[in-house]
Design a binder for this molecule. Sequence first.
Ligand SMILES: [Mg+2]
Length: 291
Amino acid sequence: MTAASGHRGPPPTLFDGYAFDLDGTVYLGDVPLPGASETIGRIRHAGRAVVFVTNNPLHSAEDYASKLRSFGVEATTNDVVTATHALVAYLTAACPRDRLLVLGETFLLETLSAAGFALTTEPAGADVVVVSFDRTFDYGKLLAAYRALRLHGARLVATNPDPYCPTPDGGLPDCAAMLAAVQACSGVMAEAVVGKPSTHMAAAVLDRLGVPATGAAMVGDRLSTDMVMARSAGMAGVLVLTGATSPSDLAAAEASVLPDYVIQTLPQLLVGAPIQHNAATARERRKLERA
Ligand SMILES: [Mg+2]
């Protein structure tokens, strides 16, 4: 795809399934983005599958579903896929009986423990170091990770590759910052970063959507995660310019990360793909009014 063909405006048709990124796409911090709930409601009303996808490993799927409902967006726990889901799936397949030294917050520790993993804070006792978005990250945690990797041969896995998490006041350093510190001192590179844009996350999203990749759209605000995952999974990538990506970022982006479609705000998702069901209803109403 050339750079020019990556700037195509809204998609011309409805997709069978939509995966919506959350931060920067449906809301920004605690503020819903304009028109998001109406747009998602219209897509659901048209019978299309919808899931929500976030690389943020700080909260549970129920927390996100509850937050979405508070904004008027219909959502159940089962509609939300997080990097934590992809992490549990990866560790369960790759190292189900290993002991984990986790640089993460309480929710992640509790989730891994509930999934049956033994956790440790002792570098000598760790088989795998898990690095995540951790607002309690400090020198002690970095030292423990360094020793587990450098001195005791542990493996390294991370939740998500985001450098920062967008918030209304300018963002928070995210997992990539903690991971860079761990990799820099230990010399060990992560064997997997399981959130978007990884194949682990794409598989979890498509499984939850229940439609083939060719009929699905990934709608998100970040080129390096949302759009790269769409491209590698064979989904349509729809970039919305309400979060991490500015028009100048898009203009400067390499062809390999360009989206298939670009919209300014979420309601533009339906500009080129009017929902026939609603149009028919409106026509019938006008006919009744004339009668
Ligand atoms: Mg985002």
